[in-house]
Design a protein around this ligand. Structure first.
Ligand code: CO
Length: 295
């Protein structure tokens, strides 16, 4: 009886030893990895627009439940304005520095921009530099922004059409407001996106605030379609300043005012693309592609 107890004790001890040797061995084979994700948006100072980013946050956390997820805003103006209200949001560079100091080894960054324009390229450039620092990250990966291939455009167009209010009839138009850029070649994605919509529904158009096509370029096309009513929707992650003022605002130069002056009835939908799960899925697919590059 006594020997039995003694033998059981010995077996347990051997077992513990075997387990600890095993874990030493696995640690020796591979250095520890510690992965994180940074969601980088332009940012917004409009409190009601924040819900688009909150929605993206919750879907990203569902998709990557075990991974540390941090936020960063690329716009300094937005960050400074929020900081004055006591809401401190990191720049992508600060967010990456923190993760580096905290010992994270691998980081995937998701740009919540719509096109690979100037802001995306700045972000891409700086994130890549973080990947080159001595004693820093082992690997960084930058995901593509929303509209980065024809397949993305088709998927996003289908998702947007799905969210057009149900009461809209086929003879009514939908005009989407993209940001656009006067200075960046990626501005060409907006006329490409317009074409994708046109092939799905000839009464759906894409215009931009700062690029091509502008609202004035769309007016003759709307006239040719003989529509009477126009639904206005932002083609931006959040329904922020541009959506609320340049698209739907009361000023004479807003799209709503210009269209009404031209005889159209307007209805504005103040929802960013970040509020539509199917659009967010395209961003998260891009993040997944970047994240799986980390090893
Ligand atoms: Co702008």
């Amino acid at each position: 009886m006594k020997t039995m107890k003694w033998m059981v004790g010995l077996l347990v001890l051997v077992g513990i030893l075997a387990l600890s040797i095993h874990s030493f061995a696995t640690h020796g084979d591979r250095p520890a990895t510690n992965k994180a994700i940074v969601l980088a948006a332009f940012g917004t100072t409009v409190p009601e627009a924040q819900k688009a980013l909150d929605h993206i946050d919750s879907l990203a956390k569902q998709a990557f439940p075990q991974v540390e997820i941090r936020w960063a805003y690329t716009s300094k103006i937005v960050r400074n304005k929020l900081a004055k209200q006591g809401k401190v949001i990191d720049s992508p560079e600060t967010a990456l520095s923190r993760l580096m100091d905290e010992g994270y080894t691998h980081v995937a960054v998701l740009p919540l921009h719509t096109i690979p324009g100037a802001e995306f390229h700045e972000l891409y450039h700086n994130v890549r530099l973080f990947g080159q620092m001595a004693g820093g990250f082992q690997q960084v990966a930058v995901a593509l922004p929303l509209l980065s291939s024809h397949q993305d455009m088709v998927q996003v167009a289908k998702a947007m059409l799905h969210h057009v209010p149900a009461q809209r009839t086929a003879d009514e138009a939908v005009v989407l407001m993209g940001h656009g850029s006067e200075h960046h070649p990626s501005d060409a994605i907006y006329p490409a996106m317009n074409q994708v919509f046109q092939e799905m529904d000839p009464n759906v158009f894409v215009g931009t605030v700062e690029g091509y096509p502008a609202i004035d370029d769309l007016l003759p096309k709307l006239r040719a379609r003989e529509v009477k009513k126009v639904y206005l929707m932002p083609l931006m992650a959040v329904a922020g300043d541009h959506a609320r003022n340049d698209m739907a605002g009361p000023d004479a130069d807003s799209w709503k005012s210009i269209l009404e002056k031209n005889g159209y009835t307007c209805e504005s939908i103040l929802q960013g693309t970040g509020e539509y799960p199917r659009v967010v899925q395209v961003w998260l697919d891009h993040l997944h592609t970047a994240y799986t590059q980390l090893q």
